[in-house]
Design a binder for this molecule. Structure first.
Ligand SMILES: [Mn+2]
Length: 358
């Protein structure tokens, strides 16, 4: 008889569990509706006053046998899960997310397709120093059959006393040399006010690591019809990186290339720590092309090739690195730039790994 009673009680428990499950999911649906209303009104999702009221309500109505503190603990977990449900919905809705757009975004830069499955290479000096310097690098780029040339005209430097770049004079040099060799110019813009004028000189607007959360600049870059190469901030999480890209796309510009360039960690063997798994995560989470800057992530010439190999193997759409005709006299990043023979060797090794279909 007793064992029969146990079975009956257990069956009762199972039924109650299913009822609780059903109620929890019903609750979840209501929470999602609330999340959407809050989203439209721009109201914060977490409301501590409201949460306190809900907990007090549990206390007032608890007739046992559970302790109030036990029940409050359980309900706090339900609240937490609900908040996460709202945040997940918000992430799903991001314009950069693959959930929003399943197909890869492919960007056409003067005929070169970024994100079509074939790797691209963005090469050039850290900073534009002179016409002749840029011209030597451009020729080497052209000789390797590449089309994307980087070069810094506006340089955000750690110290205000370091070389700050040639500014618009540098952009003019880049444009002139690029036209000569039929290359595309990738160059960083620091100030939203310079953007409009810079459009005449650059084919890709670069937003550097130090400006990843310069929201005015992101919005300005989102308002123009020009591809943007957005670098990950020095201490930015992948989520923050995605939200930075969202600032650009939200203004209407969906031509965005994400660039992993290493993050700051306690490790000192490299300049930064290349977060290589950020590449497949960004490829899964977003529909945007992802590149890896091997120069600024490693800060070491001996690691450029292995890092580039790793980047391509893990699914990066491209690799960025710095090349200078005479790195020893470069005005910035002199230790980590390749000279032209080193660059030729680097490209030769890349091509021989057959990761590149030329
Ligand atoms: Mn540099």
């Amino acid at each position: 008889m007793l064992s029969n009673e146990l079975d009956v009680l257990r069956a009762e428990i199972e039924e109650m569990n299913l009822k609780i499950l059903d109620l929890l999911n019903q609750r979840g649906e209501v929470v999602q509706k609330i999340g959407r209303i809050k989203e439209m009104q721009g109201v914060k999702r977490f409301d501590p006053v409201r949460e306190r009221r809900l907990l007090d309500l549990i206390a007032e109505n608890n007739d046992g046998p559970f302790e109030t503190s036990t029940l409050q603990h359980i309900f706090k977990n339900i609240f937490k899960a609900s908040l996460e449900l709202q945040e997940e919905d918000n992430r799903k809705a991001l314009l950069v997310s693959r959930k929003r757009k399943p197909d890869n975004t492919v960007i056409n830069i003067k005929g070169e397709l970024i994100g079509d499955g074939n790797p691209n290479f963005v090469m050039g000096p850290c900073a534009v120093e002179s016409y002749e310097q840029v011209r030597l690098v451009a020729k080497a780029i052209k000789d390797q059959g590449l089309t994307l040339m980087r070069g810094g005209a506006f340089k955000p430097r750690t110290s205000p006393y370091d070389f700050q770049g040639l500014g618009f004079e540098g952009l003019k040099i880049l444009r002139q040399v690029a036209n000569e060799f039929n290359l595309a110019v990738v160059s960083e813009i620091l100030n939203p006010n310079d953007l409009e004028l810079a459009l005449d000189y650059v084919d890709v607007i670069q937003i550097g690591a130090r400006n990843m959360q310069n929201f005015d600049l992101l919005k300005a870059a989102g308002s123009v019809n020009k591809p943007v190469l957005l670098k990950r901030g020095l201490s930015a999480t992948i989520e923050e990186f995605m939200y930075a890209a969202e600032y650009i796309i939200a203004k209407g510009n969906d031509q965005i290339i994400l660039c992993e360039r290493g993050i700051r960690t306690y490790e000192r063997a490299t300049r930064n720590t290349l977060d290589i798994t950020a590449v497949p995560i960004l490829k899964q989470e977003t529909h945007l092309p992802v590149m890896v800057d091997v120069t600024h992530s490693t800060g070491r010439k001996d690691l450029l090739f292995p890092a580039a190999q790793a980047a391509l193997a893990i699914g990066a759409d491209g690799v960025m690195a710095e090349v200078h005709p005479d790195p020893a006299v470069a005005l910035s990043d002199s230790a980590q730039q390749m000279d032209i023979p080193e660059f030729n060797d680097f490209m030769q090794k890349i091509k021989s790994t057959r990761l590149v279909h030329s």
